[in-house]
Design a protein around this ligand. Structure first.
Ligand SMILES: [Zn+2]
Length: 420
């Protein structure tokens, strides 16, 4: 079987060339030579064009490189140049891969040199790259900082990067960072004086082209550490995005950039103090409410009717709004056969809505009149919705032209109780 000549292994900067068709099978094309890198070794495939066909995937199958194109390939009729095609890869995507991939070699070399950390696997992703490393120590912020600074100093040192196929004798004399995954045709990538590792991917010819290496974060992963990082254009976009976020935050806070952390902490502390104050005010409000509820208690036949009316017109009202459980906490000693109504009128959004919660007390008593019976009477009268049980029922009514008013609801319940 004829093997495709892999032009990208000799020159990863070659983005446009000619090739001959060896085999066509529908939308699968095999060429005598190619600049298209197939998906392998954690690096994504190149995209681009073969003539005017779009290359959507490139695969390595039995040592042949298969180009998957967007539609079945048709040979032109009576063409003297039959079988000759023009190849062009998407350079931006390839160059990005070269930056991320060379950066990964550099990062793995620095991790080994500074921390004796071995790279177990690596992945070059669309949004970020990762290396999984076994580190014989805790990886703290200080260690991460040191690695990042050292890797970037090697970038500024403009170190040449080369790739070659050593003879077996040469190979024996090389100190490789990791063992090769293949047995023959072993290609090595060397960052001079820094790192030698077997790899079939596409790389830059000098570390300076990585431009920036940024470690995003490191987290524990399956007994190892997973380090997230970005290089080149992606790293600079990441910096830019974070810088914009910081500028926006500083604008909101009206402080210079470097004062953002302290100002944020002060605001958080203040917010905690205010929450404490609100809770203490709510406690006082609850006591006041209970007094009012008990003072307004009505005795109707054998029943005791208690109610609480709340108006919510703005967010401020909501901050000081007492939940039913806050009130109930303080309403323990009630006479037998008590009926409790919580009425909430919310005018924050139109149309205004009225929420009714009806409770019978004590909840284990065998009252003749149930919470649901009272609610059903009211919502059927005012076109409301709701449901519940003997002990607790809840419903919502839309208020139209101020109908019903809280007074109307109270009167309706009084009438129900009087008829019992
Ligand atoms: Zn590589």
């Amino acid at each position: 079987m004829q093997m495709t000549e892999r032009v990208y292994q000799q020159n990863s900067y070659n983005y446009e060339t000619e090739a001959k068709i060896v085999k066509i099978d529908n939308n699968r094309v095999i060429l005598d030579r190619t600049i298209f890198y197939p998906t392998s070794g954690g690096q994504s495939a190149d995209t681009g064009n073969i003539d005017n066909y779009r290359v959507i995937d490139v695969k390595n199958e039995d040592n042949e490189i298969v180009h998957i194109i967007d539609r079945p390939f048709k040979l032109p009729e009576n063409n003297e140049e039959l079988g000759k095609v023009h190849l062009k890869i998407d350079w931006e995507h390839r160059y990005d891969n070269m930056q991320q991939h060379t950066g990964q070699h550099l990062l793995s070399a620095v991790l080994l040199k500074l921390l004796h950390a071995e790279t177990v696997s690596s992945h070059l992703g669309t949004n970020y790259n990762t290396v999984d490393v076994s580190v014989p120590m805790e990886l703290n912020d200080e260690a991460i900082n040191k690695i990042e600074l050292y890797a970037n100093s090697l970038i500024y040192n403009r170190i040449p990067v080369k790739s070659y196929f050593p003879s077996s004798n040469e190979l024996n004399s090389l100190i490789l960072r990791r063992k090769p995954k293949v047995k023959e045709n072993i290609r090595v990538v060397e960052i001079e004086g820094t790192d030698i590792t077997p790899c079939g991917g596409t790389h830059l010819s000098n570390t300076v082209e990585i431009t920036i290496l940024k470690i995003i974060k490191a987290e524990k992963y399956k007994g190892m550490y997973r380090i997230y990082f970005l290089c080149g254009r992606k790293a600079s976009l990441h910096y830019l995005e974070n810088y914009r976020t910081l500028v926006q935050t500083a604008d909101f806070l009206s402080v210079p950039l470097k004062e953002v952390p302290l100002r944020t902490k002060n605001l958080m502390d203040k917010s905690i103090d205010q929450s404490k104050l609100i809770n203490s005010l709510k406690g006082k409000l609850a006591e006041f409410k209970i007094d009012t509820i008990l003072k307004n208690m009505l005795k109707i036949n054998t029943f005791y009717f208690l109610y609480d009316v709340n108006n919510i017109e703005s967010n401020n009202d909501e901050t000081l709004f007492l939940e039913q459980k806050d009130i109930l906490k303080h309403l323990k000693k009630l006479p037998a056969k008590s009926i409790l109504l919580f009425l909430e009128i919310n005018r924050k959004k139109l149309p205004a809505k009225m929420t009714l919660s009806i409770k019978t007390f004590p909840s284990n008593s065998n009252q003749k009149i149930s919470a649901l019976y009272i609610l059903d009477n009211i919502i059927s009268k005012y076109n409301g919705k709701g449901g519940g049980s003997k002990k607790y029922a809840r419903g919502i009514i839309t208020i139209k032209n101020d109908t019903p008013s809280p007074e109307m609801i109270l009167k309706t319940i009084e009438n129900i109780l009087r008829k019992q």
